[in-house]
Design a protein around this ligand. Structure first.
Ligand code: NDP
Length: 446
């Protein structure tokens, strides 16, 4: 490891003990940025890297709620307000039992660079709770959301901090959270994104991350005169991002052969066509069942406790969670002829896996660039809320597509090496950094 990165990381680890995912995210970024900062000393003198890795504000709170049996439950709520140099804090809420400070700090840190890449005026934040919506009734989810918002509301606002969804937080949860915010503040504002279409939401927001990651993959492929059409695609996850990535890949002529959840994956060699995808959407969004039921219905293979990376494919789209592709998985993907990895999830590849992809010189699009379509469309929802004017589906989709193309162009600009290979990791990290860093310098010691 570069001794400068080693020294910086020793400081980060000492200041943030036990926050492994945060260390991982900061190290990846510092490996790209430290050489760049050496060549641009104004950032070094202003200690931008040290400042950008320290949240502006961290809020941790108690969330008590009553379950259906009348028993008291206590969860922990978080909001990390990471950086507001270029706009209000913006980033999702995650409800999952694994949520802790380190995971949310990694997500908030990544969000700063991602939001900058979109070119929209959004700072970075992230939040959530260790609450597990799985197995809870709608009423329990509502009571939890109301209690969560009863504390969060004083920290957020349309010009301050605008949360959205993430794992475990979809349309249902955003509805309950928005309702409680409105009740407490007596204001109808764009304080959350991912809202329902009848009450301030944007068309295409549900589709945006999955569509965006597919548009980004198409851009990457075009640098090698390739396209999605005719390609076999392995997708992990079966939630919001996975569903709409499956839809868009299929629309563009690709064949998606896998879908998964935290219990296992299904392999459908004929491809998940629109009718089968409808079944998955109903299963996951309405019935809240397990992906195994797909295998039972369509008589395909189900692999309990496994991830889909051993299935031969041209393109891999990890769309579930962090660190879901390890070094061994990456080697198998490359050996099986995978030419493109586009990350719908945040940091789904371990550092060892990233190294394998970069060494093999395949097209590797890291999450902070490839999945930025979600937050970009949240930014478009904020614009429409401010204007009090909704845009058509076509208009939002076109803007999303243009933003993904621009993010790709930024990665190419900052990530192309002397040999012509595009290192999208460097491209995204440096491309996302410059605007935030310049704003921080302009705003003085904040
Ligand atoms: P959802 O909650 O809708 O779906 C998550 C999917 O991933 C589910 O299939 C879930 O399975 C699976 N999953 C979650 N945790 C694990 C785990 N520990 N191991 C294996 N599988 C797991 O979330 P999203 O689709 O919204 O988010 C997926 C990823 O995309 C996350 O990394 C998120 O941060 C990222 N992302 C999301 C954006 C958005 O707009 N929603 C924007 C940008 C990035 P199960 O049902 O069994 O839990």
């Amino acid at each position: 490891m570069d001794p400068r990165v080693q020294q910086f990381m020793a400081m980060i680890k000492a200041r943030n003990p036990g926050e492994n995912e945060f260390h991982q995210a900061v190290q990846e970024v510092s490996e790209s940025l430290i050489p760049f900062i050496e060549d641009n000393p104004k950032y070094k003198h202003a200690k931008i890297l040290e400042r950008i890795a320290e949240p502006e504000r961290t809020i941790i709170f108690r969330v008590p709620w009553l379950d259906d049996k009348g028993d008291i439950q206590i969860n922990r709520g978080f909001r990390i307000e990471m950086n507001s140099a270029i706009g209000p804090y913006k980033g999702g809420l995650r409800f999952h039992p694994t949520v802790n400070l380190g995971i949310l700090k990694f997500l908030a840190f990544e969000q700063v660079f991602k939001n900058s890449l979109t070119t929209l005026p959004m700072g970075g934040g992230k939040g959530g709770s260790d609450f597990d919506p799985k197995g809870k009734s709608d009423n329990e989810v509502m009571r939890f959301c109301q209690s969560f918002m009863t504390e969060l509301f004083r920290h957020i606002g349309a010009d301050t901090d605008v949360p959205a969804g993430d794992i475990g937080v979809g349309g249902r949860e955003i509805g309950f959270l928005f309702g409680q915010y409105k009740r407490l503040k007596n204001e109808f504002t764009g304080v959350l994104t991912g809202k329902g279409i009848e009450w301030g939401g944007s068309l295409i927001r549900p589709e945006a991350t999955g569509y965006g990651v597919t548009y980004f993959a198409a851009e990457m492929l075009s640098t090698r005169d390739e396209c999605i059409k005719g390609k076999t695609v392995c997708i992990s996850g079966s939630g919001n991002v996975a569903q709409y990535a499956t839809e868009k890949v299929t629309q563009l002529g690709g064949k998606v052969v896998t879908s998964s959840d935290s219990n296992g994956f299904v392999y459908d060699p004929d491809g998940i066509d629109p009718e089968k995808l409808k079944f998955i959407m109903e299963l996951k969004n309405v019935k809240r069942g397990r992906i195994k039921e797909y295998a039972d219905k369509y008589h395909v293979e189900y692999f309990e406790g496994k991830t889909p990376w051993g299935i031969k494919c041209d393109i891999a789209m990890p769309n579930a969670t962090q660190n879901e592709i390890d070094e061994e998985d990456a080697k198998i993907l490359v050996k099986n002829g995978c030419i493109c990895v586009a990350e719908g999830a945040n940091m789904p590849s371990t550092p060892g896996a990233v190294e394998v992809f970069l060494k093999a010189k395949i097209l590797y699009g890291p999450g902070k660039a490839a999945n930025a379509g979600g937050v970009a469309t949240s930014g478009l929802e904020m614009t429409q809320n401010s204007m009090r004017l909704p845009w058509s589906r076509e208009e939002v989709d076109e803007r999303l597509h243009t933003i993904m193309k621009n993010i790709h162009a930024t990665c190419v600009k900052f990530g192309t090496g002397d040999d012509g290979f595009i290192n999208y990791v460097n491209g995204a990290n440096i491309g996302g950094f410059v605007k935030v860093a310049n704003a921080m310098i302009a705003q003085g010691l904040v």
